[in-house]
Design a protein around this ligand. Structure first.
Ligand code: MTE
Ligand code: MO
Length: 429
């Protein structure tokens, strides 16, 4: 380790207590694994050794690329909601947030939430209709949709039940991805829903749409027409440049940026236009928020402002005292991330983290904060603020209106306790 060679921080380098330091100090330091001359990888002539893989031609090309075999631990973590055999395919798999960098979720690691498994859809046989309060019902197949001019939009999809493990009485010791990884961020390409509704001649008195999936669960959600007519809802056919994966709704899904995951109906088969909401099973028996007063909130679309530190985090531990880059993700259904603060003393003092230069609205943003860990126990937290001024709430503030077992839209501040030996634990602070 090279931490002994680092310039010691001066008092003005400290941004907040617990070892959080400003960026200037990080730039004056080096995190290299060694200095030239000391490394055993050098030949006597002072050059890097020639390893086996540099001395012969490598493998040939492949039809569809795969990650390095050395990265085979970077996988989705599956959690079945029912015992094996019952409700096959009904469950979730989490994006391994702590093992990724940047902001885009690779397609093979995008979280999954299925209510009835993944239907095997033949794109040549799949049909999609728009009907109800329109001048003319329209029937599409994939081929006809692919003829339209398309738009691309980078945004997240987050399950309303994300972070559900944090609604259990005891903090669960799971990875950051297993706790908060029911979110993925991708560039979606498709047709603005407005274009197709206008083509169908939507009735000016129409107020609601219901979107229905072609899976056995027939996921159905009511959506206010404004999200389509003035908003940004789209029928996506591509994800990060390639056609949707089967698990993400191949051949087409609805994307409603910033709104709860279940409204992003996969395997879309119909949109019915109406003047009332539909009160489907997916918006009455589920995805309603039970409050302390016994009433439930229905149609809570927008996902709250949220952040999570992915390094350090459970399983991603600092190896002894030294300089580290705290890093994490922030997002908000309300718009762009404006600010992320990090605390290393359990929320007593906060330091402004560095965030992406140009955060996108309703998209995941990366934040980073240099940290000189003295090896002592402490509690790390992050707190995001979006462009509307909404601030990520504490656990206590978040629970205030809700019944004890309410778990949807859990966006409260995550606390990680770093122990003396570097182990990181999930704690409720
Ligand atoms: N047809 C259909 N659409 C669906 C679902 C489903 O089970 N069936 N699950 C919903 C839920 S609850 C979420 S969180 C997102 C998950 O999208 P993903 O699996 O692409 O991550 O899809 C939504 N769309
Ligand atoms: Mo969800």
């Amino acid at each position: 380790m090279t931490s002994s060679r680092l310039l010691p921080p001066s008092p003005e380098d400290h941004a907040a207590s617990g070892g959080l330091i400003n960026r200037r100090w990080l730039l004056r330091s080096s995190l290299a694994v060694g200095s030239l001359g000391l490394s055993t990888n050098l030949t006597r002539a002072g050059q890097l050794e020639v390893p086996e893989w540099s001395s012969k031609p490598g493998l040939g090309m492949s039809a569809y690329g795969q990650p390095s075999p050395f990265e085979d631990g970077v996988v989705r973590s599956r959690f079945d909601l029912f015992p094996e055999g019952i409700g096959d395919g009904s469950g979730v798999s989490f994006t391994p947030l702590e093992k990724l960098a940047g902001t885009i979720t690779p397609n093979g690691l995008f979280f999954e939430r299925h209510h009835s498994g993944i239907p095997e859809i033949d794109p040549d046989a799949h049909k999609f209709v728009i009907h109800g309060m329109v001048e003319r019902s329209l029937l599409f197949d994939v081929e006809s949709l692919l003829k339209y001019q398309m738009v691309s939009r980078t945004c997240f999809i987050e399950c309303a039940g994300n972070s559900f493990f944090n609604s259990l009485g005891e903090p669960q010791q799971r990875t950051a991805g297993e706790i908060h990884g029911l979110i993925g961020n991708a560039e979606w390409t498709g047709i603005p829903l407005r274009v197709l509704l206008e083509e169908a001649g939507i009735d000016p008195r129409a107020k609601w749409l219901v979107a229905e999936g072609a899976d056995a669960a027939k996921m159905s959600r009511s959506i206010p027409v404004e999200k389509a007519l003035e908003g940004d809802a789209m029928i996506a056919l591509y994800q990060n440049g390639e056609r949707l994966r089967p698990e993400q709704g191949y051949p087409m899904r609805l994307v409603v940026p910033g709104w709860q995951g279940s409204m992003n109906v996969k395997w879309l088969r119909r949109i019915k236009v109406s003047d009332t909401p539909f009160h489907t099973k997916d918006e009455t028996s589920k995805y309603t928020l039970l409050q302390k007063d016994g009433k439930s909130r229905q149609f809570t679309y927008q996902m709250g402002v949220k952040s999570v530190i992915t390094f350090p985090s459970p399983g991603m531990t600092p190896a002894g005292p030294g300089l580290y880059n705290i890093s994490g993700l922030a997002w908000s259904g309300g718009g762009r991330i404006k600010r992320v603060e990090v605390s290393a003393d359990g929320g007593r003092s906060w330091s402004d983290a560095v965030i992406d230069a140009q955060p996108l609205p309703q998209a995941v943003t990366r934040f980073q904060q240099p940290w000189q860990w003295d090896g002592g126990p402490l509690t790390l937290m992050s707190r995001a603020t979006d462009e509307t001024g909404a601030v990520q709430p504490t656990r206590e503030a978040w629970y205030e209106p809700y019944a004890a077992d309410q778990l949807f839209h859990q966006n409260s501040i995550q606390s990680w306790s770093v122990l003396q030996d570097g182990e990181v634990r999930n704690v409720y602070a």
